[in-house]
Design a protein around this ligand. Structure first.
Ligand code: 5GP
Ligand code: ZN
Length: 148
């Protein structure tokens, strides 16, 4: 399979690596939305979040945390966004699972915030979503998730 991020892992496509361990690599996004915007990938090809083992997921997020802290400190960021585009419909372009870390400096004009106050229509839609989730008998977490 021809995968751009696998090529970065094997070194045939260059990337500006910022951290690495035996399982994961963090490198700068070629098209950064903010200074220091980087991607973290597992060295072993996995397309989707759901295909990651629990152990891999745990290890990866420990690594993500370490990269985020160092990045924010080194670049004097005020905060950072961590996000995953999982699946084409969610904007995943490269089908090698990756986590974005986007340092924030308070001056970029990028808004990823909730809108308040929440409209009555939106509240009604939330209730419908809750009902849909409750209809899934296998969803043992639903009650906890929706208790807020
Ligand atoms: P996605 O939309 O799949 O979550 O994000 C893919 C990201 O990979 C994009 O932000 C894009 O800028 C980045 N990207 C695409 N090609 C390359 C590349 O060749 N090198 C690097 N470093 N980043 C890339
Ligand atoms: Zn790959």
């Amino acid at each position: 399979m021809d995968c751009l991020f696998c090529r970065i892992v094997e070194g045939s496509v260059p990337a500006l690596k910022i951290m690495e361990n035996d399982k994961f690599i963090a490198f700068l996004d070629i098209n950064p939305r903010t200074e220091g915007h980087c991607l973290i990938i597992p060295k072993k090809h996995v397309s989707s979040f759901s295909d990651m083992s629990n152990e891999q997921t745990g290890d990866m997020f420990v690594f993500v945390k370490e990269v985020a802290s160092r990045l924010a400190e080194s670049l004097e960021a005020k905060g950072y966004n961590i996000f995953i585009n999982n699946g084409k419909a969610a904007g995943q372009i490269i089908s090698h699972f990756h986590v974005h870390i986007m340092p924030r400096y308070e001056s970029e004009g990028i808004v990823i915030e909730a809108a308040f106050p929440v409209s009555e229509d939106a509240k009604q839609k939330l209730k419908e979503t809750q009902q849909k989730l409750e209809e899934q008998p296998a969803n043992k977490y639903t009650k906890e998730i929706i208790s807020w």
